[in-house]
Structure formats: C-alpha cells, structure tokens
Design a protein around this ligand. Structure first.
Ligand SMILES: *Cc1c(COP(=O)(O)O)cnc(C)c1O
Length: 359
C-alpha cells in the first residue's frame, strides 16, 4: 500500500513511563510522578466514590492498553503488534482515512452501509463508489470488483451489513479478497460478529496472516454492551498498525474503558447469554411479523429491517409520539425501518405500536 507521503517523518506519540514501570526498572518502592501535569488531588469525593475501585483515576490511561491487548492477542491468536485500540471503532475508521486517503483517491463500499465510511472519506475529500444490494438483499462482490480501480485505496465490507443484517459468506469473501489488488486495503467491519448464526460465516481475522491488505474492525459497543465507554479495535498486519500509531491521538482509550473491556472479555459467558436472549427475541419477532404478513429481512445481527411499504417517515413519527424510537432514512430504502432487538417486553410494545400506526 502507498501511504500518504507526509507520514514518512511522523513519529507516533511516546508517553512517559508509568509509575509501575519505573518501580520495576529501578527497583524502587515509591515513585513520585510529576511529569504529565496531572492533578494530585484528583476529582471530587463523589467521583472518587464512584471510581473507588480504580486507583489511578487522576493518571493518564495506559497508552499501550497493555492488559487488554495481551488478553485479546491471546484470544484471537495474533501478535500484540497486530492490534490498535480506538475511542470506539469509528475513531479507527477516522485513523484509516487519515493514513490512506488523499484527493484523487476513492473508497469502495456497499450501499447502504455504515455512515462513518462515507463521512470520513468526505472529510479527506475523496470519491465514494458503491454497489447496491441484489433482490435478496445480499451484495454481489463481483460487481464490487468491477468498480475497484487504480485510485481505490480502501474497500469497506460490513459483515454483517448494517442496516441490512445480511452477511458475506466465507467463499465469496475469500474469492473477492483474492482478486482485489494488494495495494488496496480491505477493511472488514465485524461490529455484529457475535450475533451471527449462519454457518457459512467466517471472521476475516482468520485471513489476516495470509493477506497483508486485510484488516478487521471490532467493537465492545454491541454484543459486549459497552457503547457508552467508547472502545473498539482493529486487527491488522503490523505494518498497517505502525502507520496508524502515527495518527492516533495519545491516550485515546480511557482507563475505565480499558478495565471494563478486559472484564467483559473475562466474562464472555455473560455476553453469550445476552446474545442467546437476542436470538430468542429475533425468532419471536419473526413469528409475529410472519403472522402479520409484514416483510422483513432475516438478520444475522441485533437489528432487523422491516418494510412498511409506505413512506417510513410518517410512521416513524407516529411511533415516536407513542414512545417507540426506531431508525429510518437509509439510502435506497425509503419504505423501511431498522429496529434494534430490545428485550422481549420492548419488542411486544414495538409490535403493538406498529400495528396501531400501520392499521
Ligand atoms: C455500531 C457500529 C460500529 C461500532 O462503533 P463504535 O464506535 O465502536 O461504537 C462500527 N461499525 C458498524 C457497522 C456499526 O454498526
């Protein structure tokens, strides 16, 4: 890949050493850290109370995200330098755009897909090329291959797709990756990976070792339930990570986020049990929608697209008035709404209100 020329002389941020590192290195019991303009009095008693389990709340976060990195490297069976963390995976989309995209370039993606690919490409002033879905709401990657050209720098695949909830299957994914020029970065966004039930699905993490131009985005915002804490990560070849480190904002992932994400990984059974519940609720919803003869797309994620067969804007507004918030306004899908899978009780209310407003 050809990175932006101006990055050649950029060095990634190097933080000062932590108290713990200095203690170890020089065999000391006590160290006074007065190097980073932190506040020795910390925060108010109320905040201290909330954070009482976090000892170093007045100290900047671990810039290397050491513990979480070790744990994930182990779980995913990749080297530690294949990982980089972001303030949500959206921040990593921003970083990828900053290292690769300049005027004259283009990105290629699916339509509809995740809005950040579009906005970050626009910020970098590059062109956006898209393919739309087929009649079965899947994407035809052969058509995507046709629009990749010599100016294409990034291809974004959302797998499963948001908002459609459909997936790219193992064979078509590998077949596609094999044919994309090696200078093009293929970003597979797996924000909904944990929800997939289709047996023909694979995580592209399996492919990273063989394809240096493939990387994967993951997040703790969805299945792990930590959206408020803003933490996601990329798995990629170390060459890509090295470039990303240059544009990463120092200390971009808070200490609390790092700690909670680590706990979430250790408590994987909790995540799995909530995914099970979501699956049950999806099956329940399928039944309800089938009975009411309402069109929907079978989903591999934790949301579902429903076709109201009329302008969705009015319906969404009517539902809003009744206290149910759903999303509409997706490109090419004027009559559709996207409904996130809440609790079973919430979905019962949703069904009742939907019936009310569509009559
Ligand atoms: C929700 C979502 C993300 C995750 O964003 P975070 O910044 O990690 O919260 C990324 N990609 C897609 C397609 C999503 O739907």
């Amino acid at each position: 890949m050809k990175y932006r020329e101006c990055l050649e002389n950029v060095l990634p941020y190097v933080p000062g050493k932590s108290e713990e590192e200095i203690k170890k290195e020089f065999n000391l019991n006590k160290v006074i850290k007065i190097a980073s303009n932190e506040n020795p009095y910390g925060a108010s008693p109320k905040i201290k109370d909330v954070l009482k389990n976090i000892i170093h709340y007045n100290i900047y976060p671990d810039n290397y995200v050491t513990e979480l990195r070790k744990s994930l490297a182990n779980e995913l069976n990749v080297p530690e330098n294949y990982l980089l963390f972001g303030n949500g995976s959206v921040e990593i989309i921003q970083m990828l755009s900053r290292i690769l995209l300049e005027k004259g370039d283009n990105i290629v993606t699916e339509l509809p897909s995740f809005s950040s690919y579009f906005s970050e490409a626009m910020i970098q002033d590059v062109n956006i090329k898209t393919i739309s879905f087929e009649n079965d709401y899947n994407f035809n990657l052969d058509k995507m291959l046709d629009i990749v050209d010599k100016n294409t720098k990034i291809v974004y695949l959302t797998n499963p797709n948001n908002p459609l909830g459909t997936i790219l299957r193992k064979e078509e994914l590998i077949n596609f990756i094999n044919q994309v020029p090696k200078e093009v970065l293929i970003v597979v966004d797996e924000a909904y990976f944990e929800f997939v039930r289709d047996k023909e699905y694979i995580s592209a993490i399996e492919l990273i070792k063989n394809y240096k131009n493939v990387c994967v985005l993951k997040t703790f915002s969805k299945a792990y339930g930590l959206a408020a804490l803003r933490i996601g990560y990329i798995v990629a070849n170390s060459d890509i990570i090295t470039e990303l480190e240059k544009v990463r904002v120092p200390f971009n992932v808070s200490t609390i986020s790092q700690m909670c994400a680590l706990i979430a990984l250790e408590e994987k059974d909790y995540m799995k049990s909530s995914v099970d519940k979501i699956h049950n609720t999806i099956d329940f919803l399928y039944e309800k929608l089938d009975k009411a003869n309402i069109e929907y797309i079978k989903t591999q994620a934790n949301f579902i697209m429903i076709n109201l067969k009329q302008d969705s804007k009015l319906i969404v507004y009517e539902m809003l008035k009744r206290g149910v918030i759903v999303r509409d306004g997706f490109p090419l899908m004027d009559t559709w709404i996207r409904v996130s899978i809440g609790t079973k009780d919430e979905m019962e209310v949703f069904c009742k209100v939907l019936k009310e407003v569509i009559g």
